[in-house]
Design a protein around this ligand. Sequence first.
Ligand SMILES: Cc1ncc(COP(=O)(O)O)c(C=O)c1O
Length: 418
Amino acid sequence: MDLFDRIRNNPGPLGQWSEIAEGYWIFPKLKGELANRMEFNGKEVICWSVNNYLGLGNHPDIRKADADAAAEWGLAYPMGSRMMSGNTDLHDELEQQLAAFEQKEAAVLVNFGYQGIMSAIDALLSPRGRDVVVYDAESHACIVDGVRMYPGKRFAFQHNDIDNLKIQLERATKIVEKTKGGILVISEGVFGMRGDQGKLKEIVELKKQYDFRLLVDDAHGFGVLGATGAGAGEEQGVQDEIDVYFSTFAKSMASVGAFLAGDKDIINFLKYNMRSQIYAKSLPMPFVQSALLRFKMLQDTKHKDKLWENVNALQSGLKARGFDIGNTNSCVTPVYMHGSVEEAMRMVHDLRENHRIFCSIVVYPVIPKGMIILRLIPTAVHTLDDIEESLNAFDAISGKLKGGEYQKEVAWEELYQR
Ligand SMILES: Cc1ncc(COP(=O)(O)O)c(C=O)c1O
C-alpha cells in the first residue's frame, strides 16, 4: 500500500474530525491580548484555558521587554548549537539563577520542554538498556515519548499509587541486580489533567528501601507552588531529594524554553549528551533576555498570591455549589461530570455561545466513557467577577445536563458553528 494512501484512509483519532471540527473544537483561535477575557468565534469569552498562571504573558513590562529584546538582538543571534557557536553569557546567567532558585548546583537550558525532557530521559538512561525506568502511568506525552525511546525495561506504575510503585521497584531492582544498571523513577510535580500533585514525599521515602534516582517534570508547579514558587518539591518539603528537576517556560513564565536542574556533574553530563541540544540551534537571545525578567517577576510572590486568591475562590466556589473537582491540590481545576460525548459537546457549545465561557473539555477516549471533564486554569489576571459569572454558568449548564437537556438532538452544523 502507498504510505500516503494509508494516511489518507486513516487520519488518526483526532484527524478524523478535522473537516467538521477544525476551528471550533480543534485548533480554536483565541484572539486578542492574552487576558482573562479574549475573543472566540467573534464574541468575548472568559478564558479558562491558558496556562498564563502568573499573568506574565500580557504584563506590560514583559511585553516591553520582549519587544526591546527583539529589537536589540533579532531572532537569529546566537546562531548554531550552544556547543558549536550558540553560547552566550546570558544563557549561562539564566542557568545560574534558575539553579540557585531550585536549590540545585547547576541548571541547563533546553529549547522546548517536550523535546528537552525526552532528550534528558534518553541521555540519563544507559544506551545498552541496562537501566530500568519506572514512570507514572498518567505521565505527560513528552515523558512517555522519552521512555519509548529507551531500548531497556520500562515499567509504568499506576497513577500516584505508591503500593504499585513499590511493586514496579521490586521488579526493577531484580533486573538491575543482574544488569548492574540503575533505576530512574519519573513523576510529575502536578498532573496537568487532574491537578493532583505527584506524591513526591512518598516517592522519596522509598529511597530508603530502593536504590533509584528521581526525575520530576514540574511544568505546572514551577512558579506557583511552594513558599518561594520553586515548585512541588518545595511545597512538599522534598526539593533536595529530587535528583533532576525539570520545568518548561511555557506556563508560569509564559514563554518558550525549559530547563533541567540538579547536581553539577549530572547537569554537565546532560549538557554534553542531550542530543536535542547538541544538534539544534540554541535558544534565541530575546527568549533568554526576557526570561531573566520573567524569572525576576516570578520571584515577586505578589503574582503567585493573586493567583492563589483566584484558585481558592474558584475551587471553593465550585465545591460549595456541589461540583466534583476531584483531588486537585494545585491551580489546575477539573470539574467532573457525567454524560456522553455528544452531551459534552452540546454543553460546551452552550457554555461558549450563551454563557461566553471558554474552557478545555476532556472526554472519551482520553478518560473513561460516560465521564466529562471541563478543565479550568485560573490565573492571576482573572477577577472575582469572572469567577462569579463562571460559577453561575456552571450551575446553569450542569442543571441542564442533569435534566437531560443536552440529550436532545441538535444538528451537527449547529454545534460546529464557527
Ligand atoms: C507536564 C508537561 N511537560 C512538558 C511540557 C512541554 O513543554 P513545552 O511546551 O515547553 O514543549 C508540557 C506542556 O507544555 C507539560 O504540560
